[in-house]
Design a protein around this ligand. Structure first.
Ligand SMILES: Cc1cc2nc3c(=O)[nH]c(=O)nc-3n(C[C@H](O)[C@H](O)[C@H](O)COP(=O)(O)O)c2cc1C
Length: 371
């Protein structure tokens, strides 16, 4: 009789899923010469001398009898562009090998083309493992390609990139390096936030026409079907513009701000009409750590949107990028929302990684004499 469960099954899967793995397709051939294969991430190295590996298979898998009766198997370590193949070999009851390019390995065990690496093994032992059987194999041949491996974790496919979320690369004193690094780690943080809250987001830098969107992350229902990159935004009247200007030296922004204030005063722009109103807005952004602007039309459309933006600061305390959420006006969360809090936390975290220390901000602000 099955014992009383000690934890929730879904939670157990989630916990186990936080251990990130590669993805393999294990292949074999039966006595009748029929090829078998299944997607497996239970693969693990065991011993170097002798060279042993293991993987485990559900006893309920239709292909289990074939693997249990075989004396050889091959581990095909999937490359990052083989998600479709992985899904195909994780599907029961289909002709998995139809149209798939293979080479015949030792004992005619099929080896899938396009993988990151291959191990051909002879079976050493089969160990009982609850509802799984653990297959231990001795490695007979190994081969590797230059293709980057596919990664799996928390129930989704991932790609393997070097860990650059720690300290910025050495020599990051220059603006260019710091911008590149910020854009890279900012884009990843934006992708995560956009997925978590299902909101459309933009990453902006300060370009030669002021705040400029360089990347988008659309939600499942993006605010527009066209999300143009390279879009230059107003400084004085957009959440992004204000978030960026709040931590840039006035001399960097002045020429655009002056022109926009004139436009606004003439009624052609929708922002503050004089320097002091503009400075009040910047003070507000600095105090709150976030810039939220009232509804406006999304670029080139009739759609009314709201925006909230956070500046990411570099080691000198200046804005290097801004992350902005652009959402439909009826359902857009406010300054106290979980989304606003998450944006602020993300900006603080990214700024810290870029070498920004909160104390340096105050000295920076003192040095630029904001009245
Ligand atoms: C990423 C991923 C990893 C998997 N890992 C394993 C595994 O290690 N062992 C296993 O028995 N099934 C695993 N599966 C499920 C099998 O691939 C799936 O049940 C497959 O249909 C079994 O093949 P069969 O139906 O031809 O027997 C995994 C599926 C995916 C998508």
């Amino acid at each position: 009789m099955a014992s009383e469960p000690r934890f929730d099954g879904k939670e157990l899967r989630r916990v186990l899923g936080s251990f990130v793995t590669g993805v393999t397709i294990v292949t074999t051939i039966d006595a009748a010469g029929r090829a078998w294969g299944l997607t497996a991430n239970s693969f693990s190295s065991v011993s170097l001398d002798p060279p042993l590996v293991l993987w485990s298979q559900s006893v309920r898998a239709p292909s289990h009898p074939a693997f249990a009766g075989a004396t050889r198997f091959a581990i095909n370590i999937l490359a990052e562009d083989q998600v479709e193949l992985s899904n195909r070999f994780a599907t029961s009851g289909i002709d998995k090998f139809s149209g798939v390019e293979t080479d015949a390995g030792a004992g005619n065990v099929p080896l899938l083309r396009g993988c990151s690496a291959w191990l051909e093994c002879t079976l050493v032992s089969k160990l009982p493992g609850g509802d799984h059987v653990i297959f231990v194999g001795e490695i007979q041949t190994i081969r590797r390609s230059e293709r980057r491996p596919l990664v799996f974790g928390s129930g989704q496919y991932l790609v393997a990139d070097p860990h650059d979320l720690g300290k910025p690369p050495p020599g990051l004193g220059t603006t260019v390096q710091s911008q590149l690094h910020a854009a890279r780690i900012g884009a990843r943080a934006m992708a995560r936030l956009s997925e978590e809250f299902d909101e459309t987001m933009a990453l902006s830098v300060w370009g030669n026409h002021g705040p400029t969107i360089t990347a988008w992350q659309p939600s499942s229902t993006p605010v527009s079907s066209s999300l143009p990159m390279g879009l230059a935004l107003r400084v004085t009247s957009t959440a992004t513009g204000l978030a960026m200007a709040a931590h840039l030296p006035p001399e960097a922004t002045q020429w655009i701000v002056d022109a926009e204030l004139k436009l606004n005063a003439s009624g052609a722009g929708a922002g503050p009409i004089d320097e002091s109103e503009f400075k009040d807005l910047l003070d507000e952004v600095r105090a709150q750590g976030i810039s939220i602007r009232a509804p406006g039309h999304f670029w080139g459309s009739d759609r009314l949107v709201n925006a909230m933006s956070v500046p990411v600061l570099d080691s000198s305390g200046q804005t290097v990028i801004a992350l902005t959420v652009i959402g439909d006006v009826e359902r857009f969360p406010g300054a106290d929302s979980a989304l606003a809090q998450a944006l602020k936390r993300t900006a603080a975290d990214l700024s810290k990684r870029l070498g920004f220390e909160p104390e340096s901000e105050s000295s920076y602000r003192r040095s630029v004499h904001y009245q």
